[in-house]
Design a protein around this ligand. Structure first.
Ligand code: 15L
Length: 274
C-alpha cells in the first residue's frame, strides 16, 4: 500500500488556513493541521495538533512523517517588535529547523506583499522577487522568513517556495485589493503547483489571482505550473460604487503595501505614545 502524502499546515486556525483546509483535502493526502488556537475536528480525517510554532519539541513531533510543510503560522498584521520577533521570526526558524531535522523535503512559506511594501507602483509591473522594501515590523519578519527559506534551500537542500501573498480573502475588500487579491480557489491552485513542481529549489513568487489591475508579475508563479482562474475585476464596479475611487497619489495606490506605508501604521510612533 502506498503511504499517503502528509502536509503539515501551520497557522491552520487562521484566515488562510481555514480557507485552504477544504480546498487542499483529497484522497491519498493527510492534512496535519497545527495552530496554537483550537482547530475544529471536522470530518476530513485531518490530524489536529495544538501547539506553538515557537516550541521546538512540539514542532519536531509535528514534523514527523511530513512530506510538505505549508507554513502559514504567524501574526498576520503589524505588532510591536518583541512579538513579531518571537512569533514570526523565531517561530519560522523553529518550524524550518524542526522540518530539517525530520527530513521534510519541501516547504511552502507564506510571505507577504509587505516584504516589498515600499516598492512604488508607478514604474510598471513589479518583479515578484523584487529586493526587499518592508513597510512594517511584520514586513521585516516576512523578509526574514524568505531569508531563512533561502538558507534552508541552499545549505540543507530543501525545496523552498516563498509566496509573497497579496490579499487572500473570500472577496477583495477595497480598491487596492482589486490589484492584490488572491482568491481562495487560486490560493489552493498556487499551493498545489508549489507541491507538484519538480525540483524548484528556492523561489520567491507573487501570490495573486489573474487580476486585470495586477501590479506584480505572475511569471515566476506560472513557471511553477500555477494557472489562476479568478480576477478581482468582477467586484470592481460594486466596490467602487460602495467605497468611491481613492486618490491616485494617496498611500493606498502609491506603494504596493497600500495604507501600511502611511502614517496610520507608524509602529514606533504608536509605541512611543503608549
Ligand atoms: C498581509 O500580509 C496580511 O496578513 C493581511 O491581513 C492583509 O492585510 C494583506 O497582507 C494585504 O496587504 O492586503
Amino acid at each position: 500500500m502506498t503511504r499517503p502524502q502528509r502536509i503539515l499546515v501551520t497557522g491552520a486556525a487562521g484566515g488562510m488556513g481555514r480557507l485552504l483546509r477544504p480546498r487542499l483535502a483529497r484522497a491519498g493526502r493527510v492534512l496535519r493541521l497545527l495552530d496554537v488556537a483550537e482547530i475544529p475536528r471536522g470530518d476530513d480525517g485531518a490530524e489536529i495538533v495544538q501547539a506553538s510554532i515557537t516550541d521546538p519539541v512540539a514542532m519536531e513531533a509535528a514534523c514527523a512523517d511530513v512530506d510538505v510543510l505549508l507554513h502559514l503560522g504567524a501574526l498576520s498584521i503589524e505588532h510591536g517588535w518583541a512579538k513579531v520577533l518571537e512569533v514570526n521570526i523565531n517561530g519560522s526558524y523553529v518550524t524550518l529547523e524542526a522540518a530539517r531535522r525530520c527530513g521534510v523535503k519541501r516547504a511552502i512559506l507564506a510571505s507577504s506583499n509587505h516584504a516589498i511594501g515600499y516598492v512604488g507602483i508607478q514604474d510598471g509591473e513589479i518583479d515578484a522577487a523584487a529586493f526587499p522594501r518592508p513597510d512594517t515590523n511584520y514586513g521585516v519578519s516576512k523578509v526574514a522568513l524568505e531569508a531563512l527559506g533561502s538558507l534552508y534551500a541552499d545549505r540543507y537542500g530543501m525545496d523552498v517556495i516563498a509566496i509573497r501573498i497579496g490579499s487572500c480573502f473570500e472577496r477583495p475588500r477595497d480598491v487596492r485589493m482589486l490589484r492584490t487579491w488572491l482568491s481562495p480557489d487560486d490560493a489552493a491552485r498556487l499551493v498545489e503547483a508549489c507541491i507538484a513542481a519538480p525540483a524548484p529549489g528556492f523561489r520567491v513568487v507573487w501570490g495573486a489571482s489573474n487580476n486585470t489591475r495586477q501590479w506584480v508579475s505572475l511569471a515566476s508563479a506560472r513557471e511553477l505550473g500555477y494557472a489562476p482562474q479568478d480576477d478581482a475585476e468582477r467586484y470592481a464596479a460594486e466596490l467602487i460604487a460602495a467605497q468611491g475611487e481613492v486618490e491616485p497619489d494617496g498611500f493606498m495606490l502609491r506603494y504596493l503595501g497600500g495604507a501600511w506605508c502611511g502614517p496610520g501604521w507608524n509602529t514606533a510612533e504608536k509605541e512611543n505614545n503608549t
